[in-house]
Every structure is written in structure tokens, then in C-alpha cells.
Write a protein that binds this ligand. Structure first.
Ligand code: TXA
Ligand code: MG
Length: 347
């Protein structure tokens, strides 16, 4: 068991001494959790096979699920990517730093422990000062999956990291909450049509403005085989049983009121994940608004922390409203499907 040190650090003006301590840990093969604009990452030296192995162990992560490599400057790409696929240059110029992960053919120097044996490496440049300064100071690219125990909701604040990884990692840099709240969009440019392997913080519509037509990996549909290894696992799951209700808002509300009443009368403690527009409508259950339907960023940024909150409140059942799949809504709905284990009611 490690002694996990958690330190507060100002995201707008991070103390160089703190960055330095964290960077030294990374260089020495240790693990540091740090904030990004999407979620907290569990960082280790991407070029060090043993550090990668420690990341898998700390998370309890399946061995076949590759890690995303984080860089602070476009120059670092030369050390890890064999070639830049068509379209990637423009995307990197426009969207980096930001919540976009692109697949590249990997250089032999990137250990196969980092990429789970694949010959591709997923790379992104996070839009967060603490993350960028940490990577720069470490002097190596940093492999970082979300800093949660595998299968749990991703952490969007330092307390959620500590809840899962206390005693399993060396350090947590507490730089406050993550503004986007869902992970990066993972994009594969190797085929004839750009393919989203994981919808995320950069909306499909934004990619289409630059690339034209972009497709969503058909393997993301329930029962199919996704191309991105991580997408096949149950994920983001709260401890409570979760049901997602999809359809016109009025019908969602009616269905949830009905379900909540039935569950409560059978002795189950019910949590309702509502929205700003509907939170006043529920007569029973513990109601929490996830955000404003007209501003999906308010929803994405709260989503994971509210799933964890319901667990802390000890509810047995979570009933969640569906939202529109436009913009960030696509990533939110992807996370809700998985959190609910595809337990979906269409109304
Ligand atoms: O926003 C994010 O991307 C966060 C922050 C910390 O940067 N990281 C993150 O990492 O979400 P993780 O490990 O939780 O998710 C990485 C996803 C997984 O679904 C994994 O299968 C996929 O990216 N992935 C990584 N490398 C890949 C590769 N070479 N080919 C296909 N999918 C890959
Ligand atoms: Mg993850």
C-alpha cells in the first residue's frame, strides 16, 4: 500500500515546486493523478513499460484496454507516431489543446504495455494548464486513463480520485473540478471515412465542420463489437441499479413518476436524475438536477459526480432522464447507456 499524497494546486497559477515534485515521481516510474479539462487522469511515463503496468494494476484495468498518451507540444508527436494520417494536421491545429484524441501508427519506442499490444497509439493534448505543465516538466509523454477504478464513473474532482485510488498511487494534484466532465472524443482517421470510436468532449458536429462526413463506430450500438477495446466493458457504473428513460420529455417524466412510486412502495430507495426543466415535477424520490437541457455542458460537467453522489446517498435505484443527442449530448447519452448497463425504457 502506498501513501497517497494529495496537494491543492492553483489551476491558473500552478506552483512550479509542486509541478516539479509530481514530474519527478513520473520520471521515477511512479503514478500521479492530475486534472484535465475532461476528467482526472492517472498519469505515468508513457515510454516506461513498468509504469504502464502499474497504471493497469492501480485501476484494476483489463490488460487489453490501451492507454491514451498525453503530450504538451506538437513536437512530442514525432517521438511516438510513425506518421500523421490525412486530416490530422488540420484537426490538431484547430482542436489541440482540447478534448480530441487521435489514433496514430505507433513508433517502436512506445512500449506495447502502453498500447495493450496494438500497433496504434492514441494521443491527445489536454487543454489544462496543470496537465500541460506536468507533461512539460516530466520531459516525457504521459499515459493517462481516467483516474477511477475500472468500471466506476470517471472522476471530475480530486475527492473522487481519492475515493477510488487512495493507497494505490503516489500523488494527486487537486486542481479543482474538470470543466467538460466527459472524456475526450477518440477518432480513427485510418479508414476511408473518419470514425469516432468514442463520442466525447469534442462534438461530432465540430469535427464535421472540418472533415465533412464523420461516422460513429457502428460497434458502439448495444450487442455489437466496438473497435475501441475500452468501449466493450461495462463502464461508468454506479452501485445502484440504473434505468434510463428515453423519449419526449413529458412522457419521460410521467414514466419516471410512475416507476419511482412503484419502486418506493416496494421499499427501494429511489434517486431521480432530472434536469433543470423537470426537477420540480417529481413527488417522490431523491431528485437531483444534472443540468440545463438547453446547455449540455452543464449536464456533461455534472454527470459523473452526480452518479457518485447517488451512491454516497445510498440509493438502490437511479432513474435517469434521457437528453437530446445533439452536440455534447451524444457523449452524455453514450455514458448514460453504459452507466445503466443498457437498461433503457423507451417511452
Ligand atoms: O479525456 C480523456 O480521454 C481522459 C483524460 C484523462 O485524458 N482519458 C481517458 O482514458 O478517458 P481512458 O483510458 O479512460 O479511455 C481511453 C479510451 C478507451 O476506450 C481505449 O480503449 C481507447 O481510448 N483507446 C486508447 N488507445 C487506443 C487505440 N490505440 N485504439 C483504439 N482505442 C484506443
Ligand atoms: Mg476511463
Amino acid at each position: 500500500m502506498l501513501k497517497t499524497r494529495m496537494v491543492a494546486i492553483d489551476k491558473d497559477n500552478p506552483k512550479p515546486q509542486l509541478i516539479d515534485v509530481a514530474a519527478k515521481i513520473i520520471r521515477a516510474g511512479g503514478l500521479v493523478a492530475f486534472p484535465t479539462e475532461t476528467v482526472y487522469g492517472l498519469g505515468g511515463n508513457a515510454m516506461d513499460e513498468e509504469a504502464a503496468a502499474k497504471i493497469y494494476a492501480a485501476k484494476g484495468r483489463p490488460q487489453d484496454n490501451p492507454l491514451i498518451v498525453h503530450i504538451h507540444h506538437i513536437k512530442e508527436l514525432e517521438d511516438i507516431a510513425e506518421e500523421v494520417p490525412p486530416g490530422a494536421d488540420r484537426l490538431m491545429k484547430i482542436f489541440w489543446p482540447g478534448p480530441l484524441t487521435i489514433l496514430f501508427r505507433k513508433k517502436p519506442e512506445v512500449p506495447s504495455g502502453t498500447t495493450a499490444g496494438l500497433d496504434t497509439v492514441a494521443v491527445r493534448m489536454p487543454d489544462h494548464r496543470i496537465a500541460l505543465e506536468l507533461i512539460k516538466s516530466a520531459g516525457v509523454p504521459i499515459a493517462a486513463p481516467s483516474a477511477n477504478i475500472s468500471g466506476r464513473p470517471s472522476p471530475t474532482c480530486a475527492r473522487d480520485v481519492l475515493e477510488d485510488l487512495d493507497g494505490r498511487i503516489d500523488m494527486i494534484l487537486d486542481g479543482g473540478t474538470c470543466p467538460v466532465g466527459v472524456e475526450s472524443t477518440v477518432l480513427d482517421l485510418s479508414g476511408p471515412v473518419p470514425l469516432i470510436l468514442r463520442p466525447g468532449g469534442l462534438p461530432k458536429e465540430e469535427l464535421e465542420k472540418v472533415l465533412g462526413h464523420v461516422e460513429l463506430d457502428p460497434g458502439l450500438l448495444p450487442g455489437q463489437k466496438p473497435r475501441s477495446p475500452g468501449q466493450k466493458y461495462r463502464h461508468y457504473a454506479p452501485r445502484a441499479r440504473m434505468t434510463l428513460v428515453e423519449g419526449p420529455v413529458e412522457r419521460q417524466v410521467a414514466e419516471i413518476i410512475d416507476l419511482a412510486a412503484k419502486l418506493e412502495s416496494s421499499g427501494r430507495k429511489v434517486g431521480i436524475m432530472a434536469t433543470a426543466q423537470t426537477r420540480q415535477r417529481y413527488p417522490v424520490g431523491t431528485v437531483i438536477s444534472v443540468g440545463d437541457r438547453k446547455a449540455p455542458l452543464t449536464i456533461s460537467s455534472n454527470l459523473f459526480s452526480i452518479l457518485r453522489k447517488f451512491d454516497r446517498l445510498g440509493v438502490d435505484e437511479i432513474l435517469a432522464e434521457g437528453i437530446s443527442k445533439e452536440g455534447l449530448g451524444l457523449a452524455v447519452m453514450n455514458r448514460l447507456y453504459k452507466a445503466a448497463g443498457y437498461n433503457i425504457i423507451k417511452v
